[in-house]
Design a protein around this ligand. Structure first.
Ligand code: TRP
Length: 503
């Protein structure tokens, strides 16, 4: 008798939850600013190609690895071979780190939502410097994610995604319509976004597109392994993967349609440089200026906009918490509520220095907390996303391509009633060679860029970059040691164990 206690109740629920993980700050903010930094439309085309050719393959691998083991990432990789269980440890450690800095940014989005009818314009740095306020909003944000994850997969994550994801989509479409109706400047914005000019695209732009695709799809961090483990055989993995990628890419593309016309409009009508499209500035400095410029209606739009960004961020943090919690619940057979509480408390504690450090650096404080020349938020971001994420994504492909093998993959998929047909041979070549090689390229160039960054248009060695790289690999080594010493020969639990522990 198959009891479906902890798992998604429906295929749609799974798709929405996984899309909730994927759609996040990376789509609504990272994608537009990276598109701008890398020359516009040509970057967009490369991005879409990356999703199609390497994103889908990697995501399918991760979901499949989780689903065949029906367990947390450590057990799931161990299930493929006990020698590689340490890949899974990485896939639990990385989300732990990401959730802490992601929550600080999540806190910012909540603050900007709440303050929408006040003045957000120009308030960014002064807010960032108010340590207690930053901590408070981060805690509120984490608390929200905590409540959802405590509810479990079906009653917490799935139910909330079913409401939040459609809401996000509706607000986004509304924002796009509004932005396109602004008049002056809109056509320039659209031209930049849609008319490709390949001369503007550099090699590093192509790598940035690949990296962004992985980040945006939540790959290489256990999230898809964990969510995949909660799907039953009735869920068609190939179709679901395609849908998740479609949602994620659709939201990123729509975000561009919301942001480019609006910022170009603002630049054209106020005669001011639109501040910048850059990084942190785009979301929290430039956009509030645009909204301010549009009067009361601008404030209403601002409220919905930041509310949407908060939703996107919270559904992503939910999946990060789930990965970490799932492992501890199953390994130590502890009740979900207790584990999630502990995870949230630790996340708040770690996010405190991150939030403080970012505020200090933005405010230009002299003895700000920086490590290797970076504020802690950027430091964590580089360690996890630039260095470790490709490693983990690479292993997911290798696990399916070389350890389980594409033949067994196809056979198991067909046993679940999923005909792969022609896709099977394409997949086999992609998963064995093409995708891992491309991921390897992202890793190598990412690290090269860190250690030998371009300064004044020449490459020069950076001791800080080396320091960051070594710390990241140190973390990797630590995870490996932990695995071989503590986890390899012990029972690391499965989804079943949670069901039992709750009784
Ligand atoms: N995909 C998320 C975004 O676009 C960020 C992210 C990266 C993430 N890896 C993740 C979220 C793992 C959850 C789990 O913003």
């Amino acid at each position: 008798m198959e009891k479906k206690q902890n798992g998604f109740a429906s295929g749609l629920g799974f798709i929405l939850a996984a899309a909730g993980s994927a759609v996040g700050l990376g789509n609504l903010w990272g994608f537009p600013y990276k598109t701008h930094a890398n020359g516009g439309a040509a970057f967009v085309l490369v991005y879409v190609a990356c999703v199609l050719f390497i994103g889908i393959v990697t995501m399918l691998c991760e979901i499949y690895i989780g689903r065949r083991a029906k367990a947390n990432p450590v057990t799931a990789f161990k299930f493929a071979s006990s020698k590689i269980g340490w890949f899974g440890v990485l896939a639990v450690i990385i989300p732990g780190f990401i959730s802490c800095y992601y929550a600080v940014l999540g806190g910012y989005t909540v603050r900007f939502t709440v303050n929408s009818f006040g003045t957000n314009a120009g308030s960014f740095v002064s807010f960032a410097e108010k340590e207690w306020l930053v901590i408070l909003f981060t805690a509120v944000f984490i608390g929200t994610a905590l409540l959802v994850v405590m509810g479990g997969v079906k009653d917490g994550i799935e139910k909330s995604s079913k409401v939040l994801m459609p809401a996000l989509f509706i607000i986004l479409v509304g924002t796009v319509i509004f932005s396109l109706s602004l008049g002056e400047g809109v056509s320039e914005g659209l031209a930049f976004y849609m008319k490709p000019d390949f001369s503007k695209l550099s090699g590093s732009g192509i790598l940035a597109a690949m990296g962004q695709a992985f980040y945006s799809l939540s790959l290489g961090m256990g999230a898809m392994v964990a969510y995949g483990s909660y799907t039953g055989k009735e869920v068609n993995l190939l179709k679901s993967t395609a849908m998740i990628c479609l949602c994620d890419t659709g939201v990123a593309l729509l975000a561009g349609f919301a942001i480019f016309p609006a910022v170009y409009h603002y630049t054209a009508t106020t005669g001011l440089e639109a501040g910048s499209f850059q990084g942190v500035g785009l979301m929290f400095q430039t956009l509030p200026l645009v909204f301010e410029d549009l009067g009361f209606i601008g404030k209403v739009i601002q409220f919905f906009f930041f509310f949407m960004v908060s939703i996107a961020a919270v559904t992503s943090v939910i999946s990060l918490f789930e990965v970490v919690s799932q492992f501890f619940i199953q390994k130590f057979r502890i009740r979900r509520k207790k584990v999630v509480m502990a995870v949230a408390v630790v996340a708040v504690l770690i996010s405190v220095p991150i939030g403080i450090s970012l505020g200090q650096v933005l405010g230009g404080k002299e003895n700000a907390i920086v490590i290797f020349g970076q504020n802690l938020l950027d430091l964590f971001d580089i360690i996890t996303n630039t260095v470790l994420m490709p490693v983990c994504a690479f292993f997911s492909c290798i696990t399916v391509g070389w350890i389980i093998g594409p033949k067994k993959f196809s056979r198991e998929m067909e046993q679940d009633g999923q005909k792969l047909g022609l896709f099977s041979s394409l997949f086999s070549v992609m998963v064995k060679f093409v995708t891992p090689l491309l991921i390897l390229a992202i890793e190598i160039f990412g690290v090269y860029d860190l250690v030998f960054p371009v300064v004044d248009s020449a490459r020069s060695f950076s001791a800080n970059g080396l320091g960051i790289t070594l710390s990241a690999y140190g973390l990797l080594a630590l995870g490996t040691v932990i695995y071989f010493v503590f986890l390899k020969n012990s029972d690391t639990g499965t989804n079943e164990d949670e069901t039992r522990a709750e009784k």
